[in-house]
Design a protein around this ligand. Structure first.
Ligand SMILES: *Cc1c(COP(=O)(O)O)cnc(C)c1O
Length: 393
């Protein structure tokens, strides 16, 4: 008896249903272009919004850290001690986010898994946007709290659901993505926060796609809505606009003091390397000193999106540089994506179950480092393929 036969069955199911994912190989640094499966392509796929992933100053900062501290931390921070550089990064991130304090963690995913279960437990309630990221969903499950989903970006529905539980006396946490990564829309955080405060709930936002994108100098969604000191918990990542790897949570001194005692990935897992920390410190410095990268990102996004709309493409309800080009059927989206790739454009097709059936799309990530020529070329190719596949006239 093959006691792992189920794996063969699961794998064939994935292949039959078209959900099997063949992962591409990247063999060059990420700039406006990169090399994917041996082919040089324009990168319109990664989350390298600001082009920081290969920025010279970040590379140099990372190398300096390796020379001074070596390559690995060799223990968890709460046992063997934390480096001065980790503390410096936490302080810089706090200034950047306009909060009292932050705790640096290994990734955004880890941050949600670690932080949510410190805030609510078995007898408590979580009100979660129905389209929240997988790491939020998993963090909520780990907490063992009861999870009540509210309609996407709908403060009225949230309030109605809260009213149903009015008589229940327990901790209540409202949790939402800041920017939703498949549609590029922004959570109505001001309204959600108002509802939260009215009902005595905690409010928690995951700003993974907002940092480096929204707010002054890319400070994120809380800055965008000017809700400083009102939103209780922010979670962020250093792996998207920051171009590195790592995550963090941000809030009051009290919150962060508590998280440093309680978050399990902080207590039981080693931190990221000093190279990552050094690069992150440099990234914050760059963002704080100038808004030019963030402005360039938005200029590029507005330009690309207006041209795509003019050409007749449906780009949904995006409010950010994330540009969904909605095509309908997943087979068409895949065909479109491979035609783009043939013409040197790397942009991912996304279908069910990540987005609803019939809403398959190409998700185009516009970056600050794309030149006008890059964008014009992409628009031209999109139009050609769009006509060929009868998507546009
Ligand atoms: C990407 C993403 C994460 C995970 O961040 P990592 O640092 O890559 O682990 C968490 N939450 C949201 C909303 C994301 O988009």
């Amino acid at each position: 008896m093959d006691n792992m036969k189920f794996i063969d069955e699961e794998l064939s199911k994935l292949k039959e249903s078209g959900l099997y994912n063949t992962i591409r190989t990247i063999s060059d640094e990420l700039s406006s272009t990169t090399i994917v499966n041996g082919k040089k392509v324009l990168d319109m796929c990664t989350n390298n919004y600001l082009g920081l992933a290969n920025k010279k100053e970040l590379k140099e900062a990372a190398k300096e850290m390796i020379d001074k501290y070596g390559v690995g931390p060799a223990a968890v921070r709460s046992i063997a001690g934390t480096t001065d550089k980790h503390l410096e990064l936490e302080k810089k991130l706090a200034e950047f986010k306009h909060v009292e304090a932050t705790i640096h963690l290994q990734s955004g995913f880890c941050a949600n898994l670690g932080v949510i279960p410190t805030l609510v437990g078995e007898d408590d309630l979580i009100f979660s946007d129905e389209l929240n990221h997988a790491s939020i969903i998993d963090g909520c499950r780990l907490s063992k709290a009861s999870i009540i989903r509210f309609n996407h970006a709908d403060p009225k529905d949230l309030e109605n659901k809260l009213k149903e539980y009015n008589s229940k006396n327990c901790r209540k946490l409202i949790i939402t993505d800041g920017v939703f990564s498949m549609d590029g829309d922004i959570a109505p955080l001001a309204d959600l926060t108002e509802v939260a405060k009215k009902h005595g709930c905690m409010i928690y936002v995951d700003d993974a796609h907002g940092e480096g994108v929204l707010g002054t100098n890319g400070a994120g969604i809380v800055d965008h809505f000017k809700l400083h000191g009102i939103v209780d918990v922010e979670v962020g990542t250093l792996s998207k606009a920051f171009g590195i790897v790592g995550g963090f949570a941000a809030g009051s001194n009290k919150l962060i003091e508590y998280l440093k005692q309680k978050v399990r990935p902080f207590l039981f897992s080693s931190s990221v390397t000093l190279a990552d920390v050094g690069a992150a410190i440099k990234a914050v410095d760059i963002l704080k000193s100038s808004s030019s990268l963030v402005e360039k990102l938005w200029d590029n996004a507005r330009y690309f999106q207006s041209k795509m709309k003019e050409s007749g493409f449906d780009i949904g309800k995006t409010q950010t540089p994330i540009t969904p080009v909605i095509l309908g059927d997943v087979k068409i989206a895949r065909e479109f994506s491979s035609k783009l790739f043939e013409k040197g454009i790397f942009a991912q097709a996304i279908g069910y179950p990540t987005v609803p059936i019939g809403k398959a799309r190409i998700r185009v990530m516009v970056h600050a480092v794309h030149s006008k020529e890059d964008l014009d070329y992409a628009i031209k190719v999109f139009k050609e393929i769009g006509k060929e596949l009868n998507i546009i006239k």
